[in-house]
Design a protein around this ligand. Structure first.
Ligand code: FAD
Length: 308
């Protein structure tokens, strides 16, 4: 099913999980084990990333198809313009369509390894907006999502310009947006407000990453330009060397963060799972019991569903 239709129909917030294609057979087993653990939480959809430079093309398609067929879950393939001519992009889209995939997250991608600045491939596309246009004009069956950056994309000249480009992407046909990870909710709420002011009306789903590893999250925030709040960093450093304590803090922080986002009107949460289930499972189980989106309006009811 198309996710844009699902979002339009769903009364409750939508929860989704992001996975990446592993490089080894053991990693793949681990991914499917995580999926089995998370399946009872009934995600609205599961997304699968596209490796830098298109390196995971076949795996991305294979995993997305398996998620649909073997797990009966809706799935979305990430897709980038890196290292591909427009004809090569079409060839992958043809494959995705033949595999029964109906949802694509259209991305520019980051510069390939060893290259500092983004330059488009000869005969390829420069910005994700052009990929959205290609999808809309030649592949109307796909629901198309786009990426959004509450703390502004690292290459953007200014927050205002970044937002104008985002508006162009939505006008070209991106029917919902998923954000980069962030740890301060005010960035998300202010971003949504500014987006609405310039006429972006589509759902903007916050991306949340439960912290499980200090060095990993420091690397990721540096690369993505997301801020790691000083207090959170100090609390993590105080637990350095104690993997369990770091993960416990990560789960507690992300649970509060998600509850606040949902109480503030976020249309769902996209979990960056890093192919692991325990953190996301604990957070989402608690959210489904507590239902912060209803408490905010005074409608909270006693949870009836069994916890998973
Ligand atoms: P664009 O929308 O093209 O924007 C890139 C930059 O160009 C921005 O600074 C924008 O302001 C600017 N820009 C846009 N249009 C114009 C214009 N007309 N003139 C001048 N400047 C312009 N990467 C992967 O490789 N694989 C993945 O699977 C993947 N999944 C992701 C999932 C999410 C939810 C997010 C948030 C990111 C993901 N990324 C992934 C990373 C993403 O590819 C990078 O962040 C990339 O640098 C930007 O992609 P984009 O689609 O936002 O680019």
């Amino acid at each position: 099913m198309r996710i844009d239709e699902l979002l339009a129909r769903s009364g409750d917030p939508t929860f989704s999980f992001e996975f990446f294609p592993p490089k080894t057979a053991a990693g793949e087993e681990n991914l499917y084990a995580a999926l089995r653990e998370l399946q009872p939480l009934e995600p609205a959809y599961v997304s699968v990333t596209y490796g830098a430079g298109g390196t995971t093309r076949e795996k991305t398609i294979e995993i997305v198809s398996r998620i649909k067929q073997d797990f009966g879950l809706e799935a979305m393939a990430h897709f980038t313009c890196v290292n591909a001519t427009t004809d090569e992009l079409r060839a992958v889209l043809d494959q995705l369509r033949s595999a029964g995939v109906e949802n694509v997250l259209a991305l520019r991608g980051d510069p390939p390894q060893g290259q500092e600045r983004w330059t488009k491939t000869d005969g390829g596309l420069e910005y994700s907006r052009e990929l959205v246009e290609l999808l809309r004009s030649e592949y109307p069956g796909f629901a198309v999502a786009g990426a959004a950056f509450p703390e502004t994309h690292i290459d953007a000249a200014s927050a205002e310009e970044d937002l104008r480009h985002l508006k162009a992407k939505v006008d070209a046909g991106a029917s919902f947006l998923v954000t980069q990870l962030f740890f301060e909710n005010r960035f998300y709420f202010e971003f949504v407000e500014r987006a609405r002011e310039i006429g972006i009306q589509v759902p903007i789903i916050p991306g949340v990453m439960p912290i499980t590893n200090i060095d990993g999250i420091k690397r990721m925030t540096e690369l993505s330009g997301s801020a790691l709040p000083a207090g959170l960093e100090q609390a993590l450093e105080a637990r350095r060397g104690d993997t369990e304590a770091v993960a416990e803090l990560g789960v507690a922080y992300a649970t509060l963060q998600c509850a606040d986002l949902l109480a503030g009107g976020a249309p769902g949460i996209h979990f960056y799972t890093l192919n692991r289930s325990p953190a996301t499972r604990a957070i989402l189980s608690a959210l489904k019991l507590w239902r912060p989106w209803e408490r905010a309006t005074g409608l909270a009811v006693a949870p009836e569903r069994a916890a998973v």
